[in-house]
Design a protein around this ligand. Structure first.
Ligand SMILES: NC(=O)c1ccc[n+]([C@@H]2O[C@H](COP(=O)([O-])OP(=O)(O)OC[C@H]3O[C@@H](n4cnc5c(N)ncnc54)[C@H](OP(=O)(O)O)[C@@H]3O)[C@@H](O)[C@H]2O)c1
Length: 301
């Protein structure tokens, strides 16, 4: 039984992770801006404050940091982009500084990160040692990963989970695609050749638990072993819900509707390798997109 603190515990990943860890007997606490006292084992924090009290994060075996402004909800106005960046870089910095000064430090900090680190890379197979990319999200992720410096300097091992788009019917990219696809308005975006390094929600949760149990540190790509092109994903989703996928969304139209988000989230190509995660002994429950979509839609997970 471990004592685990999770930030972003009310989010898509955090909620499922907390549930899975509690179910197997861990003592899970959340560090949250928004959850109220109705939820048990919640501590409050203000990720925009200058500092975080070290006592509030002291005495945990593992801290999992998932908090950050959602990147897929709402238009990327200047203010939204600033929140995306500041919530991750500043929030991670004050958490790391508090952990470094905590009377009882954790044995592992599991720091959320994203494949956005790699930028737009065509069909290049990207490993944890690949160079970072360029663009807004790449800049955010580089700063986010660097913001754990205080924890690392205090010799707290850090696992950086470079996660790909998480597939779930409860939130994220798939939940947004389902309504138009269900009424037959789905189709390929842009050329359809851009790679998506997806992962199913249950496997993200499993990978986090695997990293916690193995006390694995360093950067780990948290993506399924079979990235797909947008065209392959589109066809697989159409087959799963038995709908045609003949209405393409050209890149110009995507840019007109979504602005910069189109290039950074829909047209971006990232073909990311899961080799390190697999070599560490992790076994995916849903390794192919067809299996993942069938499972997620059947279970509404
Ligand atoms: N879902 C994906 O496809 C995906 C892919 C790659 C990486 N990630 C990363 O993994 C982490 C968790 O993802 P998720 O999908 O579970 O995220 P999510 O559903 O958007 O939840 C993130 C949580 O962070 C907290 N939060 C929201 N806005 C914030 C802000 N402005 N400042 C500080 N905290 C804020 C909230 O928790 P409280 O209100 O309880 O504090 C929220 O529940 C995120 O950092 C995300 O970037 C996600």
């Amino acid at each position: 039984m471990k004592r685990i603190l999770i930030t972003g515990v009310t989010g898509l990943i955090g909620r499922s992770l907390a549930h899975a860890l509690r179910r197997r007997g861990d003592e899970v606490w959340g560090l949250s801006r928004s959850a109220d006292g109705a939820e048990s084992q919640i501590r409050r924090w203000d990720p925009t404050a200058e500092v975080l009290d070290p006592d509030s994060v002291s005495g945990f075996d593992v801290v999992v940091h998932l908090a950050g402004e959602n990147i897929g909800d709402g238009r990327w106005t200047r203010a939204k982009k600033e929140r995306i960046k500041h919530s991750r870089i500043h929030g991670t910095r004050i958490l790391s500084e508090a952990l470094a000064r905590a009377p009882a430090k954790p044995r592992l900090l599991v720091a959320g990160s994203a494949v956005g680190y790699y930028g737009n890379r065509g069909s290049e197979l990207l490993s944890e040692s690949s160079a970072p990319g360029t663009g807004f999200l790449a800049e955010v992720v580089i700063g986010w990963e660097d913001a754990v410096a205080a924890a690392r300097d205090a010799e707290i091992p850090v696992a950086t989970l470079r996660t790909g788009p998480v597939l779930s019917t409860k939130g994220g990219a798939l939940a947004k695609m389902l309504p138009p696809f269900r009424i037959g308005l789905g189709g390929v975006v842009g050329s359809g050749r851009q790679y998506m390094s997806w992962i199913a929600l249950g496997d993200v949760v499993g990978a986090c638990a695997h990293v916690i149990d193995g006390e694995i540190s360093g950067v780990v790509n948290v993506v399924a072993p079979n990235p797909v092109t947008n065209e392959e994903f589109t066809r697989a989703l159409g087959r799963t819900i038995r709908r045609p996928t003949i209405i393409p969304l050209p890149a110009v139209a995507a840019r007109a509707v979504l602005g910069e988000m189109a290039d950074e989230l829909l047209l971006v190509s990232q073909r990311v390798s899961s080799a390190r995660l697999e070599q560490s002994g992790f076994q995916f429950e849903l390794p192919t997109v067809q299996e993942a979509l069938a499972h997620l839609l059947a279970t509404q997970e």
